[in-house]
Design a protein around this ligand. Structure first.
Ligand code: SF4
Length: 493
């Protein structure tokens, strides 16, 4: 009889046997969740509690994960007392231990299981998750009539006030799919139990390291790669390509021999740039593309939030809402002027943001952005604020995306094939860096702002966040000024 696997360990084992083994034997190697991951967990918890309103008045098994035996006892007691709705009921059977989000008696001794997920849609991983739950529940003696996943429904448009939970959540009956997978659960548990009894499994890094969830052992498992120019930096490297390189003992781009084939054109160009040790630029094509710019150039960058539970009337779950922008006005003589907007308060930021942005972006000159993110946000603002549609359409017609130019016409050894401004900036403008900033990436910016909106941040934290956001967003557009200047220099040859 092997170790009992919790539902999360079972799921971890499906993702990667090595991750399961490390989670049991070398937990010390796990990276602690960062503030973004912690926020996602907390948000999931909030969604889970709200979903209980679909089935109110249930009895909760409140013992935490440290007290499994007590949770099993409480579940038994509540069932014996005739409870008909249970939250967090605990079951153990055949080497599996699970907690069921919501169980509802369906009559004739049958039950309906509802697993709550904070996503906007049903995912494959939810089926395996519900299947192992159901395996433990039925093995423990309860019969399930239906197996369901409850997730947020992006079709629900929040009207303000209390949520209409019947519309906020979608319930998907996955009984057939879960029962199909359930048949494989006993042998999977046996296999995973055997893994845990053995030595650390040898598993190659690959897509499993980030899918379906980012693995907390990534740093440990990727430590064999060189710090500079690891092969994983090659653009769009597939798992078979990665494994072929590793099997050939090639971990550094510098070591890839010229006759090692099977690369795409962008990958070959990246290898050539890294091995040459200097940037490669198609100056003529770059100059021609930059010739489409009209001065003055306005560099634009948004910061956004995507709250799981909609915060403002007219929005839906995980809708991307801009709350801040930075604009650097860049004149042909090289002078710049900074303009910005950062919404303060808990009201919907879109209208004040859009109105000030329309004023700040003037009427002529290209609006430079990096990736299609800003264009999509402007389209969404247009849909949400129809009276501003003509002004926003005028803005849209002036947009100029810098990223495709950098991707198409340049290769820098330090950025390798990566086009994110976080890589291209230090490569082309090494004196500029996000290092040391209290907020240095968009996800952290979003989570810190959400902490203010949700009232989690105290006054001091809120003030510190607002000033860190201003600093971060301003650097984003200043970086674009510098990148454009560098591209113009490169285009001039
Ligand atoms: S980093 Fe990748 S290989 Fe390592 S344990 Fe995690 S999923 Fe497995």
């Amino acid at each position: 009889m092997g170790r009992t696997l919790s539902k999360s360990r079972f799921q971890k084992g499906l993702q990667c046997e090595k991750a399961l083994w490390l989670g049991v034997h070398r937990k010390d190697l796990a990276a602690p969740p960062d503030e973004v991951q912690q926020w996602i967990f907390d948000q999931g918890h909030e969604v889970g509690l709200l979903a209980r309103e679909l089935f109110p008045g249930g009895a909760e098994v409140s013992e935490d994960y440290m007290h499994q035996a007590d949770a099993l006892e409480t579940t038994k007691r509540l069932l014996a007392e005739g409870a008909t709705i249970l939250y967090e009921a605990a079951f153990e059977f055949g080497g599996a231990f699970t907690r069921a989000d919501i169980m509802v008696a369906a009559g004739d001794g049958l039950w309906d299981l509802y697993e709550v997920k904070s996503s906007n849609s049903l995912k494959d991983v939810h089926v395996t998750d519900a299947a192992v739950q159901s395996y433990a529940i039925e093995g423990a003696g309860l019969n399930l009539r239906t197996i369901n996943v409850v997730h947020l429904d992006p079709a629900y448009i929040y009207a303000g006030g209390a949520y209409d939970t019947r519309a906020l959540f979608a319930v998907e009956n996955i009984t057939d799919e879960a029962r199909e997978f359930m048949r494989t659960v006993p042998e999977t548990i046996e296999r995973l139990q055997a893994v845990l009894e053995g030595p650390e499994p040898e598993v190659l890094i690959g897509t499993r390291c980030s899918k379906p969830y980012p693995c907390e052992y990534a740093e440990y498992c990727h430590a064999f790669l060189p710090c500079e120019h690891p092969v994983t930096q090659l653009p769009r490297l597939s798992e078979p390509q990665l494994h072929r390189l590793i099997d050939a003992g090639l971990t550094c781009i510098l070591d890839i021999p010229p006759d090692f084939g099977g690369f795409t054109a962008p990958q070959r160009e990246t290898i050539a740039a890294v091995q040459a040790g200097e940037p490669r630029v198609d100056a003529r094509a770059l100059a021609s593309a930059l010739g489409g710019l009209e001065w003055p150039v306005y560099h634009l960058d948004f910061e956004t939030v995507m709250p799981a539970l909609p915060l403002w009337a007219g929005t839906h779950s995980y809708q991307t809402i801009p709350f801040q922008y930075s604009v650097h006005v860049h004149r042909e003589d090289g002078t710049t002027e900074h303009r910005e907007f950062l919404h303060v308060g808990t009201a919907d930021p879109r209208r004040p943001l859009a109105e000030k942005m329309i004023a700040d972006l003037g009427e002529t000159g290209s609006i430079v952005h990096y990736t299609s993110f800003e264009r999509t946000r402007i389209d969404e603002l247009t849909a949400a604020l129809p009276d501003l549609a003509p002004a926003l359409a005028a803005i849209r017609s002036r947009l100029f995306d810098l990223e495709p130019l950098i991707m198409r016409y340049t290769r820098h050894p330090k950025a390798a094939g990566r086009s994110s401004v976080k890589y291209t900036l230090p490569a082309w403008c090494p004196d500029l860096s996000y290092e040391g900033l209290p907020i240095a990436d968009g996800q952290t910016a979003s989570v810190r702002y959400l902490r203010i909106l949700k009232g989690v941040a105290g006054e001091d934290e809120a003030q510190a966040t607002l000033s860190a956001l201003a600093e971060y967003c301003a650097l984003d557009t200043y970086a674009m000024v510098r990148l454009l200047e560098e591209m113009m220099k490169q285009a001039a040859g």
